[in-house]
Write a new protein. Structure first.
Length: 115
């Protein structure tokens, strides 16, 4: 059986990057004011968290978690993993590819469907 996984377009990739960059603040606000979180925002948070379970590359997942779930800036993330023997360019490539993994998962679960 062949499964055709959708591939996120450029705009979906960009929206995913924006979601990830806002994740820390949105999660904190939801935890502080759960009754003020819209269903759409809660769905987005949940889908992002589920999307992180789709990584096959454990190293990429660790980089993405460090950057977006733990809320470190890009520069700190690159330095953190470079200090552990990974080239800066490899970290950058894994961040870019990781965003695409998340974007594809969000696309697959219907996050970008028009309401």
């Amino acid at each position: 059986m062949l499964f055709l996984i959708p591939v996120a377009a450029k705009d979906e990739y960009q929206r995913t990057k924006e979601y990830l960059e806002q994740y820390q603040e949105a999660k904190r606000l939801h935890e502080t004011f759960p009754d003020k979180t819209s269903e759409e925002d809660l769905r987005t948070l949940t889908n992002i968290e589920k999307a992180f379970s789709t990584f096959l590359d454990e190293e990429m997942k660790q980089i993405m978690v460090y950057r977006y779930i733990k809320g470190n800036v890009n520069k700190v993330t690159v330095r953190h993993f470079a200090a552990r023997g990974m080239s800066e360019r490899t970290v950058e490539r894994k961040l870019e590819a990781g965003i695409l993994v998340i974007a594809n998962a969000l696309l697959y679960c219907g996050q970008f469907d028009k309401k």
